[in-house]
Design a protein around this ligand. Structure first.
Ligand SMILES: C[S@@+](CC[C@H](N)C(=O)[O-])C[C@H]1O[C@@H](n2cnc3c(N)ncnc32)[C@H](O)[C@@H]1O
Length: 239
């Protein structure tokens, strides 16, 4: 897939999210003729993809995922300060967040995922399970210094059983928060996916007092029907 243009679009002022951010007006929804081989849920997924303005924008702009817009929206609002930052990207595949972090000026980025990730200029991607302690050590070694920003968009593969999915994604959030607390440089920033009703309250309590600012937010690009939110912590007070 083509990479997005190297130049960063002009930065908008710190902003509140508006209806315009939600992808603009929708064209009339596409209906797919059901193929006999498609399950009802994959049929729904395909229709949702085809009708999702963020998917269309991401494809047109050369982003690897619609998730790229979530990070852009979060950064427009919270100002993570990617310029000259060293970034760890947990759950990085297919690489949309990495594209945004680098476009916005990160000087080094190391990402990890269970899945293979297509190479991206300036990024160092590793394949592995972040919850394996060896992988966490390798990430830090590959970055060569303490990260200024730890991002986690990790989500466990869905099993169809909501409670199990919540528990598994909550465990990933906790692991990412512990990693951030143990590795971030002073002044560092942390942004991680959480599921409402999961461990986000415990993790917020863990982060409290260790950062100057802690917020949770649902960017417009995050689907309304999804329980996903993002925890944002700015100004790490140090270890
Ligand atoms: C929503 S996707 C990330 C999208 C990415 N931020 C982007 O913009 O392209 C979530 C990713 O988390 C990864 N993941 C889940 N559990 C993981 C683990 N234990 N270690 C590393 N990656 C994991 C999944 O393989 C999946 O690719």
């Amino acid at each position: 897939m083509t990479e997005p243009p190297a130049a960063d679009p002009p930065r908008r002022r710190r902003q509140k999210w508006t209806e315009d951010d939600k992808g603009g007006a929708r064209a009339s929804p596409e209906r797919l003729r059901s193929a006999k081989t498609r399950t009802a849920s994959s049929q729904r997924w395909l229709e949702r993809q085809l009708n999702d303005p963020y998917v269309q924008r991401a494809q047109a702009a050369g982003y690897r995922s619609r998730a790229a817009y979530k990070l852009m929206e979060l950064d427009d609002r919270f100002r993570f300060g990617f310029a000259d930052a060293r970034v760890i990207d947990l759950g990085a595949a297919p690489g949309g967040w990495a594209q945004v972090a680098l476009q916005r000026g990160a000087k080094a980025l190391v990402g990890v995922d269970l899945l293979d990730i297509e190479p991206l200029a300036m990024a160092h991607f590793m394949k592995g399970d972040f919850t394996d302690p060896d992988v966490a050590i390798k990430l830090r070694a590959a970055l060569g210094a303490a990260p200024d920003i730890v991002l986690s968009d990790m989500a466990a593969n869905t099993t169809g059983h909501a409670q199990t999915d919540h528990l598994r994604t909550s465990a990933l959030l906790e692991a990412a928060a512990v990693y951030a607390l143990e590795n971030l440089a002073a002044g560092g920033r942390f942004c991680a996916k959480a599921f409402l009703g999961g461990a986000e309250k415990d993790v917020l309590a863990m982060l409290k007092g260790r950062f100057e600012v802690i917020r949770h937010a649902k960017p417009p690009a995050s689907r309304k029907e999804s329980p996903e939110i993002y925890l944002v912590a700015l100004g790490f007070r140090g270890r």
